[in-house]
Design a binder for this molecule. Structure first.
Ligand SMILES: [Zn+2]
Length: 262
């Protein structure tokens, strides 16, 4: 048993890292509307095709000293970072939900969030091709997740899309400028189909809190004004991931805490 368990841990970690390698391709190519399948990866500096030996997640980066084999241009540490991150999430998913349909669906959901996060950081956009297809997928398979029904996905979609739309509308009414992009609304609607309305509300609060703290810190360091454009998508993604792994426990703890005071 212990043997199988260790094997599964290594297997999920390695599989996750390979998937992370594919996510790197998506992060790089989706905003440019390029095919994610063809052609193979090439060096952004010298366009030389990257051979498979130089394309092994994390290991190749370390062996090549973080530089292209041909032109010696520095390779962004973001590539191994995304691979490690995806590997760790694959492992956490396995440790939480074991070998199950829920594990697979949650992992796909997490992969979408990782991809969206880095695209949002680079380009301040959240491509429809992920959020809209994600919504469709959530409606089709969300009910297979623990504690979710088809209606939960539908309500999650409406609450996710609706609540952020209301916040964005209110913000624009009060300040006269656009604060949140339509991409954030679609992202939250997509999240709703996987984590339901409770997850959506948790995500908005947690994401806003983390965003305010980090945004505030960046502003203090840079001494910039409030208008500084910080993408909201990554914070919503972090909020949703916290919900996936700890949210229900945190809500129980919070609710029982209030009950305890009374
Ligand atoms: Zn090169």
């Amino acid at each position: 048993m212990v043997m199988t368990e260790s094997l599964m841990i290594v297997f999920s970690l390695l599989t996750g890292m390979c998937v992370g390698s594919f996510l790197n391709v998506c992060i790089y190519r989706l905003p440019a509307a390029r095919s994610i399948v063809f052609p193979g990866s090439s060096c952004p500096s010298c366009n030389q095709l990257i051979r498979w030996v130089d394309n092994i997640p994390v290991i190749s980066y370390v062996l090549l000293g973080g530089r292209c084999r041909h032109c010696h241009a520095a390779i962004s540490p973001r590539y191994p970072l995304v691979e490690c991150l995806t590997g760790l999430f694959a492992l956490c998913t396995y440790l939480n939900w074991g070998v199950s349909v829920a594990s697979l669906i949650y992992f796909l959901f997490i992969c979408a969030l990782i991809t969206l996060t880095f695209i949002d950081i680079d380009h301040q956009i959240l491509p429809d091709v992920i959020t809209l297809w994600g919504m469709g997928a959530g409606l089709c398979i969300g009910f297979l997740l623990p504690d979710m029904t088809f209606m939960d996905s539908v309500i999650g979609l409406l609450v996710g899309g609706g609540s952020l739309y209301a916040v964005a509308w209110g913000y624009q009414m009060m300040t006269g400028r656009e604060g949140m992009g339509g991409g954030d609304i679609k992202l939250l609607a997509m999240m709703g189909t996987f984590i339901g309305w409770k997850g959506v509300i948790f995500t908005i609060f947690t994401g806003s809190l983390i965003g305010t703290l980090i945004g505030g810190a960046i502003m203090v360091i840079n001494r910039k004004t409030l208008k500084l454009a910080i993408p909201f998508g990554p914070f919503l993604s972090i909020g949703a991931m916290i919900y996936l792994f700890w949210g229900p426990d945190m809500i129980d703890w919070y609710v029982s805490g209030i009950g305890g005071i009374n």
